[in-house]
Design a protein around this ligand. Structure first.
Ligand code: 2DT
Length: 206
């Protein structure tokens, strides 16, 4: 049994992550590859509901406390994610630990401190960074409804994302047409499957 791949979409708000991750899962399903879409924060759990209250500005939490809740929200999904990957299901994930670090470090929390609670989480095989300048994102529908959707802050978040990139990341121009982006992501995803077929690498950790 070959394991599934862990494919992650990261990016600033309104960069099209949700649209593209949904389309990727559909396309994988259509081509006979079992795939599941996950989103962080998962607002359906008890921890996720606390996060949702904070994001929609119904409740207040310290920067440190919300950071740890975001991390705990990933940890509570870990056993299921591992089981899925081991059973051959590919996981397409909309935001993860890099969002956790980028958003909290943009609030000036210590970078190393921000990374610490996520150490040991499953690591993605490929990361697609949906890159859009915050000025362009601000023109998209619904922008500004949540706590972090402010221009200066998003610019800082984008810088933090760039500081965490390594060779497993691909920067995707999120200003392009959605169909064109989807085609590019399919090419990169097929390449990732081919590489996994050759390397047979096991799931690694952050
Ligand atoms: P969505 O708009 O994608 O639901 O994200 N965030 C997210 C953090 O600050 N830390 C995290 O660990 C994660 C996963 C990014 C909601 C907002 O929550 C931010 C935007």
């Amino acid at each position: 049994m070959t394991r599934g791949l862990f494919i992650l979409f990261e990016g600033c708000d309104r960069s099209g992550k949700t649209t593209q991750s949904t389309r990727l899962v559909q396309a994988l399903d259509d081509s006979g590859i079992k795939a599941k879409l996950l989103k962080f924060p998962d607002r359906t759990t008890a921890i996720g509901k606390m996060i949702d209250g904070y994001l929609t500005q119904k409740s207040k939490l310290s920067d440190e406390a919300i950071h740890l809740l975001f991390s705990a929200n990933r940890w509570e999904a870990m056993n299921q994610m591992r089981a899925d990957l081991e059973s051959g299901i590919t996981l397409v994930v909309d935001r993860y630990a890099f969002s956790g670090v980028a958003f909290s470090a943009a609030k000036k929390l210590d970078f190393k401190w921000c990374k610490a609670p996520d150490v040991g989480l499953l690591a993605p095989d490929r990361v697609f960074f949906m890159d859009i300048h915050p000025d362009d994102a601000a023109k998209r529908d619904g922008y500004g409804e949540e706590i972090y959707e402010k221009r200066e802050f998003q610019i800082e978040v984008r810088v933090k994302f760039f500081s965490m990139m390594d060779s497993s990341w691909s920067v995707v121009d999120a200003n392009k047409d959605a169909d064109e982006i989807h085609r590019q992501i399919m090419v990169l995803t097929k390449r990732a499957f081919k590489k996994q077929e050759e390397d047979q690498s096991s799931i690694s950790s952050l």
